[in-house]
Design a protein around this ligand. Structure first.
Ligand code: IYR
Length: 230
């Protein structure tokens, strides 16, 4: 059918959009192989210091930035750090916060829940990994006059972008870890971020150290993660 390549909605141009579609057999096999590939991803805590080209990190960030966001505000900034001095400053401050958390802020129950994962207050990966990506959420934007402009569903939007970032890292054959030093305000200071940005997640990116061991955990089966209403 002949259709216009664009239409007007509320004075905004909407362009016609197509994606490839598949037969049911192809649908099943593509969705299954994607799941199998994604299921190979593991959070890794021990990194090689092997170099990763900047262009790879740029592509990974661009992939994350394709995420859907409230009113298409893309309320995120990805800070990518390879500078060793900044990495060591981040490690130093993160370990101060982590020591306080593990010593005083986290409940015994929480620490017990983390035991199988082998986490502790030491974060050498913050210096060893060739790159750290720190994701900041933009609580609001500032216009030219310094007025606050709302963003919408900021946590949802940035959370989705982080999921896509993690998948892009896995796709590149690299590994990461969702590290959550808490509080994370020291990152705004070190990286000199504006007042409308708050640190959301810190991800080291690189190759795993050899040999690397990860906890022998299992993922919940479909029956425990989903309910179908047919
Ligand atoms: N933020 C601490 C503690 C920690 C918390 C959770 I929930 C984890 O899944 C893992 C660690 C840290 O990064 O060590």
């Amino acid at each position: 059918m002949d259709v216009p390549d664009h239409i007007d909605i509320n004075g905004f141009k909407h362009i016609s959009y197509h994606i490839d579609t598949y037969s049911e057999d192809e649908l099943i096999s593509k969705s299954e192989s994607f799941y199998k590939w994604l299921n190979e991803r593991r959070s890794v805590r021990d990194y090689s210091d092997k170099r990763v080209p900047k262009e790879v990190i740029e592509n990974i960030i661009n992939s994350a930035s394709t995420a859907p966001s409230g009113a298409h505000k893309q309320p995120w900034t990805f800070c990518a750090i390879s500078n060793p001095l900044i990495k060591s400053q981040i490690r130093k401050e993160a370990e101060i916060e982590e020591k306080e958390s593990y010593d005083a802020r986290m409940s015994d129950r929480w620490k017990k829940d983390l035991e199988p994962l082998g986490t502790n207050m030491n974060k050498p990966f913050l210096e060893t990994a060739p790159w750290l990506i720190i994701v900041f959420k933009k609580a609001y934007n500032l216009d030219e006059n310094g007025n606050k402009q709302n963003n919408y569903y900021v946590n949802e939007s940035v959370g989705i972008a982080c999921g896509m970032l993690i998948s892009a890292i896995h796709n590149a054959g690299l590994v990461t870890l969702t590290h959550t030093p808490s509080p994370m305000s020291f990152l705004s200071k070190i990286l000199n971020r504006p007042s409308n940005e708050r640190a959301f997640l810190l991800l080291p990116v690189g190759y795993p150290k050899f040999p690397t061991y990860v906890p022998d955990i299992k993922r919940k089966p479909l029956e425990e993660t989903s309910v179908f209403y047919e």
